[in-house]
Design a protein around this ligand. Structure first.
Ligand SMILES: [Zn+2]
Ligand SMILES: [Zn+2]
Length: 335
């Protein structure tokens, strides 16, 4: 079968590899769609802390069950599925307390084991989740990033939250803004430094401002100089680490979904003086995936997918994704 293989820094190639063998606990999925994620940029650049080549990329995907031992579970050959891509140790304190998504040695398909940017992918049966038969493949491949947004939004209490700011209008920021808007009557606005991303946010019906001065002025004007109640930090950039405290009212809350590649400056005095709450949000639980699957039908997710390519064109797809301009989700359609 063909697979998009990361071989080493800046080496992403389409290669012929054997179809994986299965144990009784595993299923072979025929991949319909698989998305690029910001973290794939880090893998291909050779700066991801764990991913080592040779490795098939891809952790955001959907497909159909092609082969497996069908005895003793709810799945059948031909079922449309996505996969919960986390691999947890089952032994650390997080795993033992039911929080395996923050496992001390958390691993993922597409980072630590071969992923789904290929004709087929091997996944443990217990990691599969059924998708509605009518769901388009392009939406099935967005369930994983949508689950990131669902988890982030679930992390902070929403009582007395009227005004929300989302920092960063990449896929996670946009999805977070959509989930936050759909779950309450709060005013949600989003910021980014790229005009093309703000344009897409506007098309999705989200109030959007240029990051920094414009966002700050608009928020302060709209909130009587108080600031918003809740910030979702989805940029993972040094400038948004500064904005996240300055945009909040006293006793406001920050949920950090953006992955910061290195330590950055944070205004701890603002956290101290305004008694802010800072909450980390990492990936998702299986329940978040289920929520994402049921929410997917009601959100305008089709607009988030801006490009799709056949598997053979994976390098062009990657260049398109890395180029960034006018790009949100880039999908590979292997079959
Ligand atoms: Zn991802
Ligand atoms: Zn663990």
């Amino acid at each position: 079968m063909l697979a998009a293989r990361y071989l080493g820094p800046d080496k992403l190639e389409m290669l012929e590899v054997p179809i994986p063998d299965l144990s009784d606990e595993e299923a072979l999925i025929r991949v319909e769609a698989c998305g690029f994620c910001g973290s794939d940029l880090g893998i291909v650049a050779g700066v991801h802390p764990r991913a080592r080549g040779p490795l098939t990329l891809g952790h955001e995907f959907c497909g159909t069950i092609h082969r497996m031992n069908t005895a003793g579970h709810e799945f059948d050959i031909g079922d449309r599925v996505t996969a919960f891509p986390l691999i947890s140790c089952g032994e650390c304190s997080a795993c033992r307390s039911g929080q395996s998504h923050v496992c001390r040695s958390l691993k993922l398909f597409g980072f630590d084991a071969d992923g789904a940017m290929a004709e087929f992918v091997r996944i443990p049966i217990h990691s599969l989740l059924k998708l509605p038969k009518t769901m388009p493949a392009s939406i099935g491949a967005v369930i994983e990033p949508l689950a990131v947004a669902v988890h982030g939004v679930s992390m902070a209490p929403r009582r007395n939250v009227k005004n929300i700011a989302v920092l960063g209008a990449g896929p996670i920021g946009l999805l977070t803004a959509l989930v936050a808007s759909s779950e309450s009557e709060s005013n949600v606005c989003i910021s980014d430094i790229l005009p093309s991303r703000l344009e897409l946010a506007r098309e999705l019906g989200i109030t959007s401002y240029s990051a920094g001065a414009e966002m700050r002025e608009r928020i302060m004007a709209a909130t009587n100089g108080e600031g918003v109640d809740l910030v979702y930090e989805c940029a993972g950039a040094p400038s948004s680490a500064v904005d996240m405290t300055s945009l909040l009212r006293p006793r406001g809350t920050i949920v950090n979904l953006g992955v910061f590649k290195r330590p950055v400056e944070v205004d701890l005095q603002a956290i101290n003086f305004k008694e802010l709450t800072l909450i980390g949000s990492r990936v998702y639980t299986k329940d978040d995936f289920k929520t994402a699957i049921s929410m997917a039908e009601t959100l305008p997710l089709q607009r988030v997918v801006t490009h799709s390519f056949p598997l053979r064109d994976v390098q062009a797809a990657f260049e398109c994704f890395r180029g960034g301009k006018g790009v949100c989700k880039v999908l590979i359609l292997p079959n």
